[in-house]
Design a binder for this molecule. Sequence first.
Ligand code: GLY
Length: 376
Amino acid sequence: MKPSHEIVNVALSGNSYDIVIGDGLIEQCADIIKDKSRDKKFLLITDENVAQHVLPKFQNHLLNNDIRLEIFTLPAGEKAKSWANLEKICEWLIEKGAERNDHIIALGGGVVGDITGFAAHIIKRGCNFIQIPTTLLAQVDSSVGGKTAINSKGGKNLVGAFHQPSLVLIDPMILDSLPPREIAAGFAEVVKYGLIQDEDFFNWCDANVEKFFAGDSPTRIHAIKTSVTAKADIVAADEEERSGVRALLNLGHTFGHALEAEAGFGDTLLHGEGVAMGMILAFRYSESQGLCPAFQADKIASLLAKAQLPTRLIDCPISCDGATLVGHMMHDKKMSAGNLPFLLARGIGQTFLANDVDINSVKQFLDTLIAEEKSL
Ligand code: GLY
């Protein structure tokens, strides 16, 4: 392994794994993955966009090292996370002779990682899989942690399993080919780790946001490494979201999912954009309840605005009131016994899980905020 590669270990009781981070890694990783296939052949799932922009480099590198790929290509986009595609992937893996000790490769964003991980979980009652995330959001969030899923008619990610990858390979140079809006959406999840429990990292993000978006390599690597280290620690503390620790990762997601649902889950409001707005709302709500000192949400909004993320509800491509958004929240899969757990904050870096939030106060808060924003 090249010394320039950074390694973060996800320390789990039964299935620890490494996250390897390095510029150019997809053209330097043959040695790292070589011993993970029986016969120098890997089964790889990707999507149409990644197949065009990223796969050729990776495939050539492997071929030069005597490793072959069998490739299954999904359509790009959230709709690909379907029962129908899960079936196609599973039948393809069986036809190609996937065995339990094989490592199936997911090369793509969150959609590819989620459906591939779930297929790996159910094929032969569990094959290994390697995540090679190609979006910033997947690099700092969805490729790590083992949650895998497809969507059902009833909602997003409702059918899935915990299935940890055996290795995650992150090449920040892949980000160079992404549209700026995609990078901004992933940056919201980077900032999230500062907001959850690391005020110093939040301040670092604030000081380095311009360098990050200019593509400065050490800045990008530091942001990714700090994010995945934070996620690895949280996942190690609560692998299957049982004790409440892992729920901290949902900061901004309850408000964010409601906005995404109202926008129709898709390109109108990207997941990371919903999370950005959702984090601001979680802090504004915390401030409105006297839980958090004033002006924290303003500080967060000022950083996210530098990343061109939405920071006011009226910036979001939706037009609705508190009752509509709360209505979406009531369908959240985190609802339990009529209660919706909310991630609130006592300050930047001090997020906590609240199980006693009065949903009417949330509705009122949203209506007041929408009215204030409209009057400005
Ligand atoms: N795969 C995403 C997570 O486990 O959080």
